[in-house]
Design a protein around this ligand. Sequence first.
Ligand SMILES: Nc1ncnc2c1ncn2[C@@H]1O[C@H](COP(=O)(O)OP(=O)(O)OP(=O)(O)O)[C@@H](O)[C@H]1O
Ligand SMILES: [Mg+2]
Ligand SMILES: [Mg+2]
Length: 684
Amino acid sequence: MAPPPRGARPRGCNRDSSWPPSEAPAPLARRRLSPGGASLSVCPRPVPGPRAARRPRRGLGVASPQRGPHPGAPTPLTGSRIHFLQRRGPALRPQAGARRGKQPSAAATAGWRSSPQGPDPPAAAPEGPLPEGDRQPPSSGQGPFFYIGGTNGASIISAYCKSKGWRRIQDGRREDYTLKWCEVKSRDSYCSFREGEQLLYQLPNNSLLTTKIGLLNALRESSRASTRGPRAAQGPQPKVLKMEEFFPETYRLDIRDEREAFFALFDETQMWICKPTASNQGKGIFLLRSQEEVAALQTKTQSLEDDPIYRKMWFRMPQARVVQRYIQNPLLLDGKKFDVRSYLLIACAVPCMVFFSHGYARLTLSLYNPHSRDLSGHLTNQFMQKKSPLYTLLKEDTVWSMDQLNRYINSKFRKTKGLPRDWVFTTFTVRACVRLQRRAGPRTPVLGKAGGHERVHSPRLPAVRWRQRRMQQIMAHCFLAVKPKLECKLGYFDLIGCDFLIDENFKVWLLEMNSNPALHTNCEVLKEVIPGVVTETLDLALETFQKSLAGRKMLPLVAQRRFVLLHNGEPDLWPGPGAARSGPCRLHPRLPCEAGASAPASRRDPDRPGARRPAPLRDPGGAPGPGLLPWAPRRPQPRVSSPDGARDQEASGSERLRAGDRDLAREPSPEERKSADHRDHRGS
Ligand SMILES: Nc1ncnc2c1ncn2[C@@H]1O[C@H](COP(=O)(O)OP(=O)(O)OP(=O)(O)O)[C@@H](O)[C@H]1O
Ligand SMILES: [Mg+2]
Ligand SMILES: [Mg+2]
């Protein structure tokens, strides 16, 4: 989308009106500082001294004889395939969070503000009493350990880990975990994270995609790059998605020129929707249809900016907002508006292995009336629907499976709109392609280069040309737009919820992407969909982690079932397609030597010619575990984007702060901690 013209003058009358009630500025205590949009990549903890460097390491793999057990050290479970080396020494090591309250933490001195309550709290705090099976004394038992912060998906994640013989720990500050899945990102988690030894849910700067402004900036930047780059000058290029084709026109209100351009262009023939950049569940959203409403917004925005309090303490400004063109002609299901939740999985960050999965459709309870003032008919979020007294009675009607959506569209629109059969699974999403591929043979479903090609990578289906799989294309495009800036370390993984709207012309619009998507299972359809998504997420995270660590080829992936590969980043790491993994690694030239030095020759590179490739192994749950690793090499620090790279490129100073990367702000406020249900449950 072209940047809005500069200097456009606002029009519309200035009528005194209050901020929409839902967006009354929150108590100041709830606001958290996000200085300069700093990224979590800046670790505030001082660089470890020689003593810290000598700290014994935990890892995955066989125990070294030198690492004799110390009193109280857990020993690997015999029943599990997974053997984790447990760190010697105390389970907890003093850290910034532990000192909080007595002296300013390193974080604070480095310009960070920690959550008043420190790092992720013990799971018991937000989650309430634990299920019987989860109760255990804090330091008893044997590892591997896993920690879950919050309630979102907790029972599924917990069941998965327990099926592997892992044990749940309740103290979020413990560093001896193997897997940590927290709803809310905490600085301390990233600072103490041990790359190549632990799995940690959420990329630290995923807000590049998962805030409204982050996504907008990423798409704009990628759009600019595609039009002005050296390749653009070389003549016609393969078709690249244009953001205006799938992302509704959007303006930032925190940038003066942009908001003035919006105020100037607004007229009453169009509806717009105003959203806070980093909220969810429809909170703080309102519609703009009249000059009066827009004038009120204009006055409010201006008065906030001129407010002497906020001028001094700009970090206390209410959350930045965007205005987005409202899709007034949504496709309706029995007269009701809906949107579709799909998933983008970054199963592995080094190399980047990115997948798509379809999810489900979310419908409103009431019939759609574009003129209605009732937001629950406009916002399809479950959270909005739950406010209705009818919700308990009709909740099953508010969530449809993709099969149900497909059947409906086949029966109602196929003929009238001239759609291909199973539009939902071919053009819109991908399921049919996976099915057909299965028929053709056990191959890894994969989307073509950059998500733009239409052909399934199966030699047995050479003639099958697939229609564009729109959601996948869009998601791949968004991922590639931020890829160079994502902070990637081996062990990070992320599941992102992507919301799409279909209009009555069957055009597919991306509305937003969400970190920590809702994993509730309060409807029958969700009971079918969510556990599969979570389980496969964990399976893929484990398998890709293990393969990356061992320098093995990623594909085929034993764990892959419903997810479809969108991006395979192996070529970023290894010199060429099919090149032996023992060759120099692009990002970590020393890696293969290190790994090779500690591994038996036959294990060094299972993919090299003549090497015996181990048969894919599965644990009883069907997924490989990291215990299959023959050794536990520790990778050198991978190339990561600079902290600045993660920042908002367009705004500066206070604008950037207010608007941009609120990653730090993902630490919970006291209110958020009280209301576990509220936190970051996207689209719930
Ligand atoms: N441009 C748009 N046109 C039409 N409807 C929209 C538009 N943007 C959002 N909506 C509707 O509003 C709902 C909430 O918007 P959005 O998802 O962007 O906000 P959110 O607060 O982040 O919600 P959540 O994270 O819970 O999905 C959407 O599910 C959709 O029904
Ligand atoms: Mg959202
Ligand atoms: Mg949404």
